[in-house]
Write a protein that binds this ligand. Structure first.
Ligand code: OSB
Ligand code: MG
Length: 426
């Protein structure tokens, strides 16, 4: 098994040779994972995203832009319902090229403490000046500059995304290839919000299964859980089915949650508090079903702790939540070495964030279907062309063109823009 894992690891990730190496790697890092990883990989030339073989990139301008897109249908979770998405795009300009990124923060601090407003502030006043102060030599260089600012992972990630699109264009290779991705197509699932009625939910399930999606995830909350899941499972005995509670329960609900063990679920995502690991470990010890952590995994150290404590058996990686590609790659490497399956979560991204998720999910460790749906699942028109499409076998093709592999639809973006702010090199 270990050999199999090693054999399928891309060259760029082979600097983590075993689970023990990976564990030491994260344990020793205590607060400075990046420099640790940089040291570790100093001799690995096939890691352009860490220590770039390219000339340093002198960023001339960073543009922050908000764009409001209506959602095809309201999206309801245990923390509320939204019917439009304020998309926060960043573009990074250098040498006549533009790299695109997305800050996935929402308007209100419900899923995370970050909001569009806090991210604008932190990028404007701290991260952009750090990025513009001198040419960026590598992803590691950028991440090291950002590491001196605490938290605000979605803000950091937005800029790392834009930088990685730009770096891939400069290197004339796909983003997937730049980060060591190996998959040519990625399997995907769909996340279904809480519906007004069970009949409407059952309709949605039918529709997305007919579209080919490989896994159905149901949002749950107290009052919309056991009976709903029982009925979906009764009608679809064989499908890959999971649930996501977005922290709607406490440990005192353990007997209630234990009933979910009857439905052969792939996982129960984030049942307990958003920053908890301890109670999840207690819950996992009494559940047959795997717990998957989303909100609680805010970075590589938390991923290591969650696995060591037995807080979960599966990890959801969102580039925004963990602070960018630098951190997502570390978590991926670690989980891969430990044999913990990971999958790529979603944040109702526009096509820009969605395209980055596709590249991330092309890494070998992403063995479970991601929450990466077609553009049309959320938006009647997306900000990129071509749109993201899901084939009838429930997979999305990983682009091979240089950079993101999708084009920003500038006219459409401009027509829906709410605010623009330009940050320039001194
Ligand atoms: O918990 O995974 C989540 C959307 C917004 C915030 C948090 C979550 C979600 C989703 C939808 O479940 C995933 C997607 O399709 O983008
Ligand atoms: Mg979730």
């Amino acid at each position: 098994m270990a050999d199999e894992v090693a054999a399928s690891l891309p060259q760029v990730l082979q600097n983590v040779n075993s689970a023990t190496d990976a564990a030491n790697f994260l344990a020793n890092a205590s607060g400075d994972l990046l420099s640790c990883r940089a040291m570790h990989s100093a001799s690995v030339t096939a890691a352009p995203w860490l220590n770039s073989a390219n000339d340093p990139i002198a960023i001339e301008k960073i543009e922050m832009r908000t764009v409001r897109l209506p959602l095809n249908e309201p999206f309801e979770t245990s923390f509320g319902s939204i019917d439009s998405r304020l998309i926060f795009l960043v573009s990074i300009h250098a040498d006549g090229l533009t790299g695109w990124g997305e800050v996935v923060a929402a308007e209100e601090p419900r899923y995370s403490y970050e909001t569009v407003g806090t991210a604008q502030h932190v990028i404007r006043d701290y991260l952009a000046p750090a990025m513009l102060s001198q040419p960026v030599t590598s992803l590691n260089d950028l991440a090291t500059r950002f590491a001196s600012f605490r938290g605000h992972n979605m803000a950091k990630a937005g800029l790392e995304l834009g930088y990685m699109d730009l770096l891939s264009q400069v290197s004339n290779q796909s983003l997937s290839k730049t980060i060591g991705g190996t998959r040519v197509r990625i399997p995907v699932g769909v996340s279904l919000g809480i519906q007004p009625t069970l009949a409407q939910l059952l309709d949605r399930v039918e529709k997305y299964l007919a579209d080919g999606y490989r896994r159905i995830k149901l949002k749950i909350k107290p009052g919309w859980d056991i009976d709903v899941v029982r009925e979906v499972r009764r009608r679809h005995p064989k499908i890959m089915l999971s649930v996501d509670a977005n922290s709607a329960y406490t440990l005192s609900d353990q007997d209630h949650l234990k009933q979910l063990d009857d439905f052969d679920l792939l996982m129960i995502e984030q049942p307990l508090n958003h920053d908890d690991l301890i109670d999840h470990a207690r819950l996992q010890s009494i559940l047959k079903t795997a717990i998957c952590l989303d909100e609680s995994i805010t970075g590589p150290a938390r991923a290591r702790q969650a696995i060591e404590l037995g807080s979960c058996r599966i990890i959801n990686i969102k580039i925004g939540r963990v602070g960018g590609y630098s951190q997502a790659l570390l978590i991926h490497d670690f989980c891969f070495a430990k044999g913990t399956p990971v999958w790529c979560g979603g944040m109702l991204e526009s096509g820009i964030g969605r395209a980055h998720n596709i590249s991330l999910a092309s890494l070998s460790g992403f063995s479970l279907p991601g929450d990466i749906s077609a553009s049309s699942r959320y938006f009647s028109r997306d900000v990129i062309f071509p749109e993201v499409q899901v084939a009838t076998d429930g997979t999305i093709e990983v682009p091979t063109q240089p950079g993101l592999g999708f084009n920003a639809d500038i006219d459409y973006i401009h027509s829906h823009t709410q605010s623009v702010e330009c940050l320039e090199a001194p």
